[in-house]
Design a protein around this ligand. Structure first.
Ligand code: FES
Length: 106
């Protein structure tokens, strides 16, 4: 089972279990880390699942789709590595993936 490292808004790091085929957002939400609101339930429509993917995993995590990029363009906290965690699908190859939860939007 892939494990992910999540840096919470508090700065604390959690190692969580993820299921291949599920999204990183689902893995974080199911782990009990409460920083991700995921208001739209993973429909790529709210950006409340915004995370920063560690640079060494950016290629493995894949490219953001056009609709994901459009949402991130509206975020005041967007920066290199920004992704919507509901749009990253967990694979075995992503085991060890480190994501940092982005600050809440004002
Ligand atoms: S949960 Fe809404 S965009 Fe990811």
């Amino acid at each position: 089972m892939p494990q992910l490292r999540v840096v919470k808004r508090s700065g604390e790091e959690a190692v969580i279990e993820a299921t291949a085929g599920h999204s990183v957002m689902e893995a974080i939400s199911n782990s009990g880390v409460e920083d991700i609101a995921a208001i739209c339930g993973g429909a790529c429509a709210c950006a409340t699942c915004h995370v920063y993917v560690a640079e060494e995993f950016s290629e493995l995590a894949g490219e953001a789709s056009e609709s994901e990029r459009e949402l991130l363009d509206f975020s005041e906290n967007a920066r290199p590595g920004s992704r919507l965690s509901c749009q990253i699908i967990v694979t075995e190859a992503l085991s060890g993936l480190c994501v940092e939860v982005a600050p809440e939007e004002d």
